[in-house]
Design a protein around this ligand. Structure first.
Ligand code: GCW
Length: 843
C-alpha cells in the first residue's frame, strides 16, 4: 500500500531533519544545501554520472560519500554507472586504472602513496572529471577534497590539481580503556569499548572513520597506551577485527597498544626479557596470530618504562632491545611499531637541583640512534615535558638521524582546559613544527625532521592523541573539533597556516556568513594566547594541578614531588635553570646555534624564559616589565579577554543554529568565570611567595566581593580550602552533612538601584546541591548544581569553583539577602564568595 503523507507531516519531517543536522554530530562533514543561486549555477556542469574503476571497499566509500555530498549540497542524486559511461562522468580510480580506462586519459606523474589528482579532461569527446589516486586511499581523499571544494564554494571547472601528503604517517591514538572509560577524555565514554568489549553498534566508529579519511588520517590505535593485556587475547582480537573492517573501508589502518609485560602476564612464561628466546617466541607467535585475524593491521604502539609501565629496564635491556623484539615479529607482515619516547622517572628527587625531567627523552633515546629496526618509529611528544601550554620543541627531534620518528600532538586538551575552555592548539603545534633546529648548522624545521625529509628516512610523520567520546559532538565543545580537523590538515600539509585551517573549518562547520566566519576565526586564533596568559605565561608550564586532574590552577602541585614538572618558584625568583653553565644542562641537548640562543638571557625568547632560566621576580623582560608584574598583568588581561570570547560568541545569537549556539555559549560563559579562578589562584600564590605587590593594586583586593565566611551563617561552617589559593581568602563555607540546609545572610547597605549578584560556589561531581536566593523575603532564583559543565573533582577546589550570575536585582538599602543551600551527597553546597556590582544592561 502506498502511504500518502499529508503535506504538513512532510514539512514536519523535513524540519526535524534540518535541525537534527545541527547537533554537532556531523562535525565539518555537514554538506548543507548551497542556497546561493549564483554559486549553484557554477556547478551546473558537474557531470550527472559517476563511474568507479574498481569494486573495492574504499572506492565504494568514495562513491557513497560523493553521492551523499552532492545530494546534500546540490540536491542532485548522481547516477551510478556500472559500465563504461557513454556520457560526461566523474571517474573514480587509481592512476593505473585511469590510464587503462582510455588512451586519452592524460598521464599521471609518479606520486607517493595516498596522493591524488583532480583533473578535468575530454576523453572520447566527453567531458570527464577525474578523481584519481596514487592508491585507492588517494581516490577517497580526492573525493573528500572535491567535496571540500564544493562546501567551500570554490570553482570546479578547469580543475587540474594534485596533492601529496607531507608525511606518510598520519595517525590517531586513543587512550580508551576496555571498560569504556577514556584516560584524559572529556567527551563521554569510548566510541570503541564498553564493558570490556568492542561495542556492538559500530556506526559511530564508521562516522569517525569518515572524519579521519576526510582529512587524510590513515591509521588509528584504539586502546590506551597504558595497555590492558586482554586487548590481544583471542576473544578481543576477533572483536578488534570488526573495528578494522569498518576502518578499512575508509582507508584507516588499525593499531593496537601493547603491554610489554605480556609474555609473562598472558604468555605463561616467567619472563618478558626482550632477549630471552621464550619472550621472542611469545611475540613472534602472538603477532603471527594477530595478523591472521587482522591481516592489514597497521601495527602497534608501545609505552614501556614510563609512569609505572613495565619495560626493558626490568632486565637491564635497552629501548632498542624492547622495540626490536616486537618490530621483528611485525616486519614480515608489514607492521610498524610506534615506540613512545615519553620515558622519564616520575620518582625523581626534587631536592636535587641537577635533576630535570626535560632531559629524559633525549637521554634515553639519542644514544640508541641507529639501533632500531627500520619499522620502528620513535613517537616523541612535541615538547620535552608533557603538553604544557608552551614548551620548546623536544631536542630529540634533532637527536635522531638514523631512526624514524613521529611527533605526538595532543588533540584532547588535557592541560589546556579540557574542552571547557576554548583553546585552538594548531598555532601552538605550528610554532613547534616551524622551530628551526639548525641541525648541522642548516635550516631544519621540526616538521621536516619528523616527516623524514631531512635525513631521508622512509617513515615519519604525525600522531595525534584524539580521545573523542560518545558525546554527540565528539569532543565536548563544538569549537574543539577545529583541533581534530587541524591535526589532519596539518599532517597532510604542514605548510598550511593555522588561520587558513580554521577559516576552512569554520566555513565547513558553520557556513559562510561573513560575521560568523570572522568572529569564530578570531575567537579561535585568540584562544591559545588567552589561555596561556591566565594560566602559565613565560614558559613556566600550565600551572595546573599536575598530580591528578590537570584542569584547574594548583601551582604548588608542580613542586616538591617526584613528577618533575618543576618551576622552582621560591621567595626570590622563579623558573627552571636549564642552562649548560649553571643549570641542568638541558639546553645543551639542542644543536649549537639553538642552544646558544636559549642559553643567553639576552636572546632567549621571553615566552620560554622560565622554561630555560631561573630569574629574580624583578628581572626585566624585553617589554620593560618585571617578571612578576608581567605575570600579574597577563593574568588580569587574560581573564578579561576570556570574557571577550564569550561576548564575541554572544554576538552570533541568531546567526548560528540554536543548539550549537547555546551549547558553545554555556562553555564560553563558564570559561569567562573560571578564568577568574585561575587569575586569582595564580596571582595570590605568587604574591604570597614573592611578597611583591601588584603595581596596580589588584591582587588580593576585590572591592566588590563579599566573603561567604564573613557573613551570618546558620547551618554552614567555615572550611579551609586545599590548596589554599583555590578559594578567595583561602576559606569557604560548607554544610557539614548531606541533605541538611544552611543559610548565608547579610544586610545590603549600599545605594538603592539595580544590581548583578554572583555566587561563587563549588559545583562538584559527587552530588547535586540546591540553592535558593531571597532578597527582602522574596525568592529571586533557585537552582541546583548538577555539574553542567562537568568539573572533574569531588572536592571544593579550583576545579569545581563555579559562578552563578543573577542579573538585574532591585536592591534597597537595608534589604536582607539570604542564600539557602541544601547539601547533597559529597557536595556540601560550598560557597566561596559573592560579587555584588551595579547592573550592566546587556545589549
Ligand atoms: O600526560 C600524561 C597523561 C597520562 C598519559 C601519559 C602518556 C596515557 O597524564 O594520562 O597516559 O601522559 O602520554 O602516556
Amino acid at each position: 500500500m502506498r502511504i500518502i503523507w499529508p503535506s504538513y507531516l512532510l514539512l514536519l519531517a523535513l524540519a526535524a531533519q534540518a535541525s537534527r543536522a545541527e547537533t554537532g554530530y556531523d562535525g565539518w562533514l555537514r554538506y548543507t544545501p548551497i542556497n546561493d543561486s549564483a554559486v549553484r549555477e557554477g556547478y551546473d556542469n558537474l557531470p550527472a554520472v559517476v563511474h568507479k574503476l574498481s569494486d573495492s571497499g574504499i572506492l565504494k566509500s568514495a562513491e557513497d560519500e560523493l553521492l551523499r555530498g552532492v545530494r546534500g549540497m546540490l540536491g542532485r542524486t548522481l547516477r551510478i554507472s556500472t559500465t563504461k559511461p557513454t556520457e560526461s562522468a566523474i571517474l573514480l580510480g587509481t592512476f593505473a586504472e585511469m590510464e587503462a580506462f582510455s588512451a586519452e586519459v592524460p598521464s599521471f606523474s609518479e606520486l607517493p602513496a595516498d596522493s591524488f589528482c583532480l583533473k578535468t579532461a575530454t576523453i572520447e569527446g566527453e567531458h570527464y572529471l577525474l578523481v584519481a589516486g596514487a592508491n585507492e586511499r588517494g581516490v577517497l581523499y580526492g573525493v573528500f577534497e572535491l567535496l571540500r571544494r564544493l562546501s567551500l564554494q570554490q570553482p570546479l571547472h578547469g580543475l587540474d590539481r594534485c596533492e601529496e601528503p607531507y608525511a606518510p604517517i598520519r595517525i590517531l591514538n586513543h587512550w580508551d580503556n576496555l571498560d569504556g572509560t577514556i584516560e584524559r577524555g572529556y567527551a563521554g565514554k569510548s566510541i570503541f569499548w564498553e564493558g570490556g568489549h568492542i561495542v556492538k553498534d559500530l556506526s559511530r566508529v564508521r562516522d569517525y572513520a569518515r572524519f579521519m579519511a576526510s582529512v587524510g588520517i590513515n591509521g588509528c590505535s584504539i586502546n590506551n597506551v597504558n595497555a590492558d593485556f586482554r586487548a590481544i587475547d583471542a576473544e578481543h582480537l576477533e572483536e578488534i577485527a570488526r573495528v578494522a573492517a569498518v576502518f578499512r573501508a575508509w582507508g584507516v589502518q588499525t593499531y593496537i597498544s601493547l603491554n610489554f609485560a605480556s609474555p609473562r602476564e598472558i604468555g605463561g612464561i616467567e619472563t618478558f626479557d626482550p632477549l630471552d628466546p621464550a619472550a621472542v617466541k611469545f611475540w613472534t607467535d602472538k603477532i603471527n596470530e594477530i595478523y591472521t585475524v587482522i591481516p592489514d593491521l597497521g601495527g602497534f604502539v608501545l609505552k614501556a618504562d614510563s609512569e609505572g609501565r613495565l619495560g626493558p629496564s626490568e632486565y637491564g635491556r635497552t629501548h632498542a632491545d624492547a622495540a626490536n623484539v616486537i618490530a621483528r615479529a611485525a616486519k614480515p607482515h608489514g607492521g610498524k611499531l610506534f615506540y613512545r619516547g615519553f620515558v622519564y622517572n616520575h620518582r625523581m628527587d626534587w631536592r636535587d637541583l641537577s635533576l630535570d625531567r626535560a632531559v629524559a627523552a633525549y637521554d634515553n633515546f639519542q644514544k640508541l640512534d641507529g639501533q632500531f629496526e627500520d619499522n620502528v618509529i620513535i613517537q616523541i611528544k612535541h615538547g620535552p615535558i608533557d603538553f604544557q601550554v608552551r614548551e620548546p620543541a623536544s631536542p630529540l627531534f634533532a637527536g635522531l638521524e638514523k631512526t624514524n620518528q613521529a611527533i605526538e600532538l595532543q588533540i584532547t586538551q588535557e592541560y589546556l582546559g579540557q574542552q571547557k575552555h576554548l583553546c585552538y592548539v594548531v598555532p601552538m603545534w605550528q610554532e613547534v613544527l616551524d622551530t628551526d633546529m639548525r641541525v648541522g648548522g642548516k635550516k631544519t624545521p621540526v616538521k621536516e625532521l619528523v616527516a623524514g625529509k631531512t635525513f631521508d628516512r622512509p617513515m615519519g610523520g604525525f600522531v595525534g592523541v584524539s580521545n573523542v567520546g560518545r558525546d554527540t559532538n565528539w569532543l565536548g565543545h563544538h569549537l574543539a573539533m577545529a583541533n581534530l580537523y587541524g591535526f589532519g590538515r596539518l599532517a597532510w600539509n604542514s605548510n598550511l597556516s593555522s588561520k587558513e585551517i580554521v577559516d576552512e573549518w569554520t566555513r565547513l562547520t558553520f557556513g559562510h556568513a561573513p560575521q560568523v566566519v570572522e568572529t569564530i576565526v578570531d575567537m579561535q586564533m585568540d584562544s591559545w594566547p588567552i589561555y596561556e596568559s591566565y594560566t602559565g605565561p613565560l614558559g613556566i608550564g600550565t600551572l595546573t594541578d599536575i598530580i591528578h586532574i590537570h584542569f584547574g590552577p594548583a601551582p604548588e602541585s608542580s613542586e616538591h614531588n617526584g613528577w618533575g614538572q618543576w618551576h622552582r618558584a621560591n621567595e626570590t625568583g622563579v623558573g627552571m635553570n636549564r642552562t649548560q653553565t649553571t643549570g641542568t644542562g638541558f639546553i645543551g641537548q639542542y644543536p649549537p646555534e639553538l642552544a646558544a640562543e636559549y642559553e643567553s638571557l639576552e636572546t632567549c625568547p621571553d615566552d620560554l624564559l622560565l622554561f630555560m632560566h631561573h630569574v629574580p621576580y624583578t628581572h626585566l623582560l624585553k617589554n620593560g616589565k618585571t617578571v612578576i608584574q608581567h605575570f600579574y598583568d597577563e593574568h588580569y588581561q587574560g581573564a578579561e579577554d576570556a570574557k571577550k570570547l564569550a561576548a564575541a560568541w554572544e554576538s552570533l545569537r541568531g546567526l548560528v543554529d540554536e543548539q550549537r549556539f547555546d551549547e558553545v555559549l554555556a562553555r564560553q560563559l563558564y570559561q569567562a568565570d573560571h578564568a577568574d579562578v585561575w587569575r586569582d589562584s595564580i596571582c595570590n600564590w605568587f604574591h604570597k611567595l614573592s611578597g611583591i605587590d601588584d603595581e596596580q593594586g589588584r591582587v588580593g583586593n576585590h572591592p566588590d566581593r563579599l566573603e561567604a565566611e564573613d557573613q551570618e551563617l546558620v547551618g554552614y561552617q567555615v572550611t579551609d580550602i586545599t590548596p589554599w589559593e583555590a578559594a578567595s581568602g583561602a576559606r569557604a563555607v560548607q554544610i557539614p552533612e548531606s541533605k541538611s540546609e544552611g543559610t548565608i545572610r547579610w544586610k545590603f547597605d549600599g545605594n538603592d538601584g539595580w544590581y548583578d549578584l554572583a555566587v561563587q560556589y563549588f559545583d562538584e561531581e559527587d552530588g547535586i546541591s540546591e540553592f535558593d536566593l531571597t532578597v527582602a523575603g522574596q525568592e529571586v532564583v533557585r537552582w541546583d548544581a548538577p555539574d553542567n559543565v562537568p568539573t572533574p573533582s569531588d572536592k571544593p577546589d579550583s576545579h569545581t569553583s563555579s559562578r552563578r550570575w543573577i542579573h538585574g536585582i532591585a536592591l534597597r538599602s537595608g534589604d536582607e539577602i539570604v542564600l539557602t543551600g541544601r547539601a547533597d551527597g559529597g557536595e556540601r553546597a560550598g560557597v566561596d564568595y559573592f560579587i555584588l556590582r551595579p547592573h550592566r544592561f546587556r545589549d
